[in-house]
Design a protein around this ligand. Structure first.
Ligand code: PRP
Ligand code: URA
Length: 209
């Protein structure tokens, strides 16, 4: 499938197996989400443009490359996307951060927006939207629609686990958005939960419920 990247690196897959385990406590769950995000951001930023620079080492001048000043913004979808923030900023500390608050109505499974604050200069930035779970796709689609009204240069979506239903809906609604995930799971159950998935990501990150 075009524009879909599944992180099949052994370190990502090992960490994901531990993350899914019902016996993994919140403290470890948070750390694993952070580590998986770091590895995935490493991959998702592979196409950042570079510029040639010369650097004076203690003994000579070295021809090197640096990032060509292209600016990034991360936008976590609250709440669970916050769990991916520290990992993303660990790799790109200069990135700006926006926030979009959405929750899924448990009856209709439709996203309800309650907060949106994006960087003022977002039109000069490439945006990576962060949310560990892509289930029906409603939250990701609405968040990206909202972000696009502010005309960023480019939008990517990064999750840990995607359901085929959500992936199909997202790529239909936003065919220009590349999707990065660590796993493409089997299906959604009647309550809109990803099977096998990992349960409720927000509750597991924050220890609620
Ligand atoms: C979860 C998850 C996504 C959404 C995915 O959030 O973090 O945002 O569900 O479902 P969808 O693809 O069907 O929209 P939730 O609504 O549980 O809110 P929370 O992060 O505040 O727990
Ligand atoms: N949100 C979650 O946190 N988990 C799912 O499986 C689906 C939506």
């Amino acid at each position: 499938m075009a524009n879909i990247f599944v992180a099949d690196h052994p370190l990502v897959q090992h960490k994901l197996a531990v993350l899914r385990d019902v016996a993994t406590p919140s403290k470890e769950f948070r750390r694993l989400i952070q580590e998986i995000t770091e590895l995935m951001v490493y991959e998702a930023t592979r196409d950042l443009p570079m510029k040639d620079v010369e650097v004076q080492t203690p003994v000579a001048v070295a021809k090197c490359k640096k990032l060509a000043g292209r600016k990034l913004a991360f936008v976590p979808i609250l709440r669970a996307g916050l769990g991916m923030m520290d990992g993303a900023l660990e790799l790109v500390p200069s990135a700006r951060v926006g926030h979009i608050g959405l929750y899924r109505d448990p009856e209709t499974l439709k996203p309800v927006e309650y907060y949106c604050k994006l960087p003022g200069d977002i039109e000069e930035r490439d945006v990576i939207v962060l949310d560990p779970m892509l289930a029906t796709g409603g939250s990701a689609i609405d968040a990206i629609t909202q972000i696009k009204t502010r005309h960023p240069r480019n939008v990517k979506f990064m999750c840990i686990i995607a359901a085929p239903e959500g992936l199909a809906a997202l790529t239909e609604a936003h065919p220009d958005v590349a999707v990065y995930c660590a796993a493409l799971d089997d299906h959604l159950n009647d309550h809109g939960y990803i099977i096998p998935g990992l349960g409720d990501a927000g509750d597991r990150i924050f220890g609620t419920k």
